[in-house]
Design a protein around this ligand. Structure first.
Ligand SMILES: [Zn+2]
Length: 406
C-alpha cells in the first residue's frame, strides 16, 4: 500500500475492523447485505500524511441522499457566516470578484456571498443538499470537483479569487486532481482556504470517531505543507478552530505570492516537538483508543445490568466508528435520537440501533444519554433542559470515558 500523496511507504498504526458506510442508514427489513470495508489508518514515512488504507467509492458516500447539513447547528451557521464576511471584506480583488466553494453542502457560507451580490459558485456532488443551496439563492454546479471540473468552470466564469472547502478536502483521496484543478482555477494571487479535522487534536484527545469512511486524510501543518509544495503552492497561514472537535483552517497561495504568517512556523514547530506524525506517537494513540473502547463497553454493560435506560444522542457519521468498533448494539443503547428526518425510522449502519426523532428522547427521558455529537456538547446540553430537570446523565467518551450530570 502506497501513500496517495507521494507514493511513499505507509505504516499502519490502527485498525477499526470491518465498517459500514457511515451514512448508510438501514431500512428495517431490507434484506440487502450492507457494503463494508476495512477501516485502517497508516502514516507515510516520507511525507507524514496520515490516511486510510482502503478507499470507499465516492458515489457510495456522496449522493442525492447525503444527510449531513452544514446549517444544522447554530454554532456552525455563525462560523460560516463570519468567514463569509471575512472573505467579502479582505480577500477579493478587482471589480467583479469570484468565490468558489468545493462541497458547498446546503449553501450556508455562500448564501452570505450571494446576498452581498458577489459572483460565486458552489460545486456539490450530493444532489439533495445542492438543491437546498440553490433554494437559498446560491449558484450550484452538481458535480465532483476535479481537474476537468476546474477547467470547465474557468472557461465559463474566469479565475477565482478565493477557493474554499470546509470538511471536504480530507474526503477526497485523489488529491493530484484536486490541487491541479485549484492551480488551474485560482487567480495568480488568489488563495485556497480549507478547514478539516486536525491530526494534532485527534491524537491529543484520542477522538478516534473522527476516523470513518468519509475522512480519508488526517491533515497536519507538516503534511499539508509538503502536499502544497508538490503542486506549486505554499502554506501561508494556519488557524486552529474549535469546531467539529478541533480543526485547522489552512491557507495556500502560489509559491512566492504571499508571505507566510508566523503562525505557520509556530504550528510546524509545535507538531515537531509533540512528534504528532511519529509512528511511536500514533501507535500510543491506537493503544489509548483500544483502552477507551474497553472502558465504554464496560460502562454500558454495567448500566444495562443495573437496568438503566440508555439512549444515544445524535446519529452522527462519527458514531458509526464508535458503535461498530466497540460492538455496541441495541442491547446496550436502546435507540439513538436524531433531528434528521431521513435517518428516523431507520437503523444505524452496521450496528442496527433504531433511530428515532427528538420527541422520543423526552418520552420518557433516559437515565443516561450517550452523546455521539460531542463536538456540539455545549449547544446540546444547553438545549436539553428537560433532560437535566429529569436528573439525566450524559456519557462522553472524548477525551476519556466519563459521566457528566446533565
Ligand atoms: Zn506520502
Amino acid at each position: 500500500m502506497a501513500c496517495r500523496i507521494c507514493s511513499g511507504r505507509l505504516h499502519q498504526f490502527a485498525d477499526f475492523g470491518s465498517q459500514p458506510v457511515s451514512d448508510a442508514f438501514v431500512t428495517p427489513g431490507d434484506p440487502r447485505e450492507e457494503y463494508v470495508f476495512r477501516l485502517a489508518v497508516g502514516v507515510c514515512e516520507d511525507c507524514s500524511m496520515v490516511q486510510l488504507l482502503e478507499e470507499v467509492p465516492r458515489e457510495r458516500m456522496f449522493h442525492d441522499g447525503y444527510p449531513y447539513l452544514s446549517s444544522g447547528s447554530a454554532v456552525m451557521r455563525e462560523h460560516f457566516w463570519s468567514l463569509a464576511e471575512r472573505f467579502l471584506a479582505t480577500d477579493l480583488a478587482g471589480d467583479d470578484p469570484f468565490i468558489v466553494e468545493l462541497g458547498c453542502n446546503d449553501g450556508t457560507m455562500l448564501q452570505r456571498v450571494a446576498e452581498a451580490g458577489v459572483r460565486h459558485l458552489g460545486v456539490e456532488p450530493s444532489g439533495g443538499v445542492a438543491d437546498l443551496a440553490a433554494a437559498r439563492g446560491v449558484r450550484v454546479r452538481k458535480d465532483f470537483f476535479e481537474a476537468a471540473t476546474a477547467a470547465a468552470v474557468l472557461a465559463e466564469d474566469g479565475p477565482a479569487d478565493v477557493i474554499y472547502a470546509a470538511n471536504t478536502l480530507c474526503h477526497i483521496p485523489y488529491m493530484d486532481s484536486i490541487l491541479g484543478g485549484v492551480a488551474t482555477l485560482l487567480r495568480p494571487d488568489g488563495v485556497f482556504v480549507f478547514e478539516d479535522p486536525y491530526l494534532g487534536d485527534i491524537v491529543e484527545r484520542a477522538s478516534y470517531d473522527q476516523i470513518y469512511d468519509e475522512h480519508f486524510y488526517f491533515f497536519s501543518a507538516r503534511s499539508v505543507s509538503g502536499m502544497a509544495r508538490r503542486h506549486g503552492f505554499e502554506l501561508v497561514d494556519v488557524e486552529r478552530l474549535p469546531v467539529h472537535g478541533g480543526e485547522v483552517r489552512y491557507t495556500l497561495a502560489r509559491r512566492g505570492a504571499r508571505t507566510p504568517s508566523p503562525a505557520v512556523a509556530e504550528l510546524l514547530a509545535a507538531e515537531d516537538a509533540a512528534g504528532v506524525s511519529d509512528l511511536a506517537t500514533l501507535t500510543a494513540f491506537a493503544a489509548r483508543v483500544a483502552d477507551s473502547r474497553d472502558r465504554l463497553v464496560a460502562l454500558l454493560t454495567r448500566l444495562r445490568d443495573e437496568g438503566a435506560r440508555v439512549y444515544g444522542y445524535g446519529a452522527t457519521a462519527k458514531s458509526a466508528t464508535v458503535l461498530n468498533y466497540c460492538g455496541i448494539g441495541p442491547d446496550l443503547v436502546s435507540f439513538v435520537s436524531d433531528t434528521t428526518p431521513a435517518k428516523q425510522g431507520r437503523l444505524t449502519p452496521g450496528s442496527h440501533i433504531p433511530v428515532r426523532g427528538p420527541e422520543a428522547f423526552a418520552d420518557p427521558y433516559p437515565d443516561y444519554a450517550l452523546l455521539f455529537a460531542w463536538n456540539h456538547a455545549e449547544e446540546i446540553m444547553a438545549k436539553e433542559e428537560g433532560f437535566r430537570e429529569a436528573g439525566g446523565t450524559w456519557i462522553l467518551y472524548v477525551p476519556e470515558v466519563r459521566l457528566v450530570r446533565a
